[in-house]
Structure formats: C-alpha cells, structure tokens
Design a protein. Structure first.
Ligand code: FAD
Length: 469
C-alpha cells in the first residue's frame, strides 16, 4: 500500500529525511500538497511565493518519475479522502513548529489514529529538534549566547543525497490545478513586480548558496550590515519553504570556515539565530501573539492598525528616508535587509509608539521570506518585549544610521523617487506595485518627518520611564 507524503515547508529533494526514509520502504509514494487552513491564513506575499515554490517542486518531482498531487481544503478532510481513494497505509510529513501548523498537525494525527492509519513526522526543518537542546537544569534557553554555546560543537550530521526516483503508485489520484488556486490573487498585478526579485526552487537555491560561499562569505561580517550592497546570502526566501535544507547551509558554512573564509563563523551564527527562534517558539508559542514579557502589556503602545502614522509607515511616507526606503523595498520586492528591518521596527515601536504586533502582521503580509519564528523573534527583539531583546531605550536614529550603513545614499536613492529627475528602476517598480489609492507618484514631494528623530526618541524614553521599570 502507498504512503502519502504530505509536503509543507519542505519543498526539496535533497537532504530530506522523510523522503529518504520513505524511499527506503520500497512502497509507492504519493506526494501531496494541500492548500489548507494554514495556507489560507498566510499573507499575500508569502502565499504567492509558496505557489511558485510548489510549482517548481512539482516539476522536480516529474523529472524523477513522480508527481505532486494538489488538493484544497481542511487538511484532515482532504488527506482522509485521499487516503481512502489510494488505500494508503500511512501519512508522513516533516515537523512544523508554529502554533497554527501544530494545531493542524495534531488534528490530522488524531483523526488518522482513530482510523488506524499510521502518521509519522520527521525532522528536517531545523538542525536540532527544539527539545533536544536543554539547559543544565533541563529547561529551555531564553538567551542566545548560551544557546549558541550549547549547540556549537554539535554535529547535525551530513546532508542526505536526493533520491533519483520515487516509486509511483499504479494509478495517480486526481490533482487540482494550481492556476485555479490563484495564489497570487491578493498581490497587485499578480505579483509581477515582486516576481522580478525572486529566486525560486531547489536548483536556484543551491546555486545561490554556492555563489555566496564562493564570493560573499569572505566579507560577510562587515558587508552584512550594508543594505546598499549585496552582502548577505539572500537564502531566507528559500529556507522558509525548505527549498534548501538548513543543514546544507550550515555544513557549507563550516566547510568555508575550515577553508579559512573570514565571515564563515559569523554566517553560522546567523543560521543559529534561526534555530534559536524555533527553539523559543516551540517552548513558548506566545512568541507569535503576545508580549513575551508580560510586563510589556502595561506599555502605552498604540494598537490602531490604520492610524495616520501606521499608514505612512506602511507606504514609505514617514519622511525618514531610511525607514521609507526600507518599507518601499519590502512592498516592491517582498524582501527587506536585516539592518533595515531593525530600523523600521525601532521607528514603529519607539518613534511611533505603536505595538510591534502591527509591524509583525504587515511583514507577514508582505515578506516573501516570512517565517513564523524569525518574524516573531525579530519583532519582539526590536520592541524590547522579547526574550534576550534589545533594551527598549536603545532607540535607533534613522538619520545617523544612514550615515553608517548607506554612506553614499545608494539605498535611499534606489527607492525614493521623489526629487529624482530620472528615478531608477527600483523606485519605479515600487510606484508600479502600489495601489492607485495610495496616491503616490514620482511627481509628488517628499514629506517632512511625521515624527522627528530626536522628538520621537524623547517621547519613547519618557513613556518607558513612566512605565516604571
Ligand atoms: P543572511 O544574512 O544571509 O543569513 C542567512 C540566514 O540566517 C537567513 O536566511 C536566516 O535564515 C538566518 N538569519 C539571519 N539573521 C537572522 C535573524 N536576525 N534572526 C533569525 N534568523 C536569521 N527572517 C526570516 O527569515 N523571516 C522573517 O519573517 C523575518 N522577520 C524579521 C523581522 C524583524 C523585525 C527582524 C529584525 C528580522 C527578521 N528576520 C526574518 C531576520 C533577518 O532579517 C532575515 O533572516 C535576513 O534579513 C534574511 O536575509 P538573508 O537570507 O540574506 O540573510
């Protein structure tokens, strides 16, 4: 009897523990992707990007004699029907860690248990399973540095080779057509602008890693902080849907370090930040929804999602050039440089005194690399409400940050069309991507700051002091 191979955030063939074990059983395999309740809840850009990943993976499966069966509906119901149609004896998947996916998976597991059909979940999304890393007293880590110390000398094992063939079932069950799902429907122009900036699929992800190791990693420790240059790997959009495994990236970093690459250790540390985010999310699911430190519930953050300030922030019209360039980059490309994420996060939660949840949700709507663990940790970190967070009183000044990280104004110039006689393609792309009702064009003037750098800082610090701790 066949095994249903349920794919979610693991859309690759190489280093895929579940796939490797499934092939070893010798059973026919039916790979399936379900447009389920979790996908339904995703923001516009992540859903659009996921659709492209699914298409690419389906082609890769075709090339090794298999297929990707597509179905839409609540996961349990869809998988149950498919198991009946195909007389499957088991349903396997790679483990997920965010609360929405965990709830779905628990429902599926229980549903099949009742019917006597085997369910199994596998690792593969992380280097180390979250509960396998423990403090001396058996707890979990709340601070990155000791977490890093605990995993530093651990061997995650060698990446597994891609299977060369998957045994097909005698009859393939019916598949829906991905075009009918319109996964880009909430993207203006079907995501045409964002699509220009993407690198989709397993082969492209691998090539990107190789290129980064060959050329980028040497200078990574310094270049990574500069949004005006391509100093990072860009792998987050591939890691989020598992187009490449974290272990493959990690092993490549270790090998580069052995070979003497300067930035390799720093790169490895960033990969471990992702692990740490998942470790925390697993142990404290509230990371995605509430102030991790409850004392922040008393902080007078505005929770108005469509205040004038928030609208200006989302549209890149705060009058703070670094903030605006970054918010425009986000909207047009689905990406944002890490330094810029910190600046816009600080500006929103401090200068604009707005709850991090609002920024968190907008990122979840717009980022093609949206990751439930990294996004939540990033926001709680910058807001000061999270574990091991930056202290709230560390308020970034978006003007002085420009001098440090965009010294020639190249980043700002790439995104802010106002005042430029011939704006570059990037700035024009942003204008093409935004809805007309935003009222933006190259001809309008650039706004004065809605909240000045010093004024916003003073107000935030006063509120912080008044809160009393
Ligand atoms: P590189 O610098 O090449 O790093 C390689 C990989 O390491 C990344 O792909 C990522 O998987 C991991 N990594 C790097 N920095 C971090 C970090 N600070 N925290 C966790 N993992 C990290 N990252 C996401 O993948 N998805 C998100 O939704 C997300 N939201 C964020 C929100 C905020 C407010 C902040 C401050 C950070 C967020 N990050 C998020 C982390 C980071 O900004 C991105 O991972 C990074 O910019 C991706 O670019 P890259 O792949 O070129 O990174």
């Amino acid at each position: 009897a066949p095994i249903l191979i349920w794919l979610r955030r693991d859309l690759r063939l190489a280093d895929h523990p579940m796939l490797t074990e499934a092939v070893e059983t010798g059973a026919p395999l039916i790979p399936v992707f379900v447009h389920d309740e979790v996908v339904e809840e995703q923001g516009a850009a992540p859903r659009f990007r996921l659709g492209l990943s699914v298409e690419s993976f389906a082609r890769d499966l075709d090339a090794i004699g298999s297929r990707l069966v597509l179905r839409r509906g609540r996961a349990l119901g869809v998988l149950r029907a498919l198991a009946r149609e195909t007389c499957a004896r088991a349903v396997w998947w790679s483990r997920a860690y965010d609360p929405a996916a965990r709830a779905r998976d628990a429902e599926v597991m229980e549903g099949f248990d009742a019917e006597g059909i085997e369910t199994r979940d596998f690792g593969g999304h992380l280097l180390f399973e979250p509960e396998s890393v423990e403090t001396g007293t058996g707890g979990y880590y709340k601070v990155y540095t000791p977490y890093m110390k605990a995993v530093r000398d651990r061997d995650p094992g060698a990446p597994l080779p891609a299977p060369s063939r998957l045994l097909a079932p005698e009859d393939w069950p019916e598949s829906e057509r991905i075009e009918d799902w319109q996964m880009g429907r909430d993207m203006r122009r079907g995501g045409a602008v964002v699509a220009k900036y993407l690198t989709v699929g397993e082969q492209a992800a691998r090539a990107r890693l190789d290129r980064f190791i060959a050329r980028g990693i040497e200078d990574y420790a310094i270049a990574r902080d500069r949004p005006d240059i391509e100093g990072t790997s860009g792998l987050s959009e591939n890691l989020t849907y598992g187009e490449i495994s974290i272990r493959t990236c990690y092993r490549a970093a270790l090998a580069a370090r052995e070979a003497g690459a300067e930035g390799a250790e720093h790169f490895r540390k960033e990969l471990v930040w992702r692990e740490f985010a998942y470790h925390l999310l697993h142990h404290t699911p509230r990371l995605v929804s509430r102030n991790w430190r409850a004392e922040w519930d008393r902080f007078p953050w505005s929770e108005e999602a469509d205040s004038e300030a928030v609208t200006a922030w989302k549209r890149g019209r705060t009058g703070m050039r670094f903030v605006d360039a970054a918010m425009r980059e986000l909207y047009a490309t689905g990406r944002m440089h890490n330094r810029a994420r910190m600046i816009v996060g600080s500006y929103l939660t401090k200068h604009l005194m707005t709850h991090w949840k609002i920024g968190h949700d907008w990122f979840a709507e717009c980022l093609v690399d949206w990751d439930p663990a990294n996004n939540a940790l990033g926001w709680q970190w910058i807001a000061g409400s999270g574990p091991d967070a930056a202290p709230y009183f560390r308020v970034y000044n978006p003007e002085t940050q420009l001098g440090k990280f965009d010294p020639d104004g190249a980043y700002v110039g790439a995104w802010i069309a106002e005042g430029q006689e011939t704006p570059p393609e990037t700035a024009r792309d942003f204008l093409a991507a935004v809805p007309r009702r935003w009222g933006l064009s190259a001809g309008i003037t650039y706004p004065d700051p809605i909240v000045g750098a010093a004024e916003g800082r003073d107000r935030a610090l006063a509120a912080y002091k008044a809160r009393g701790n």
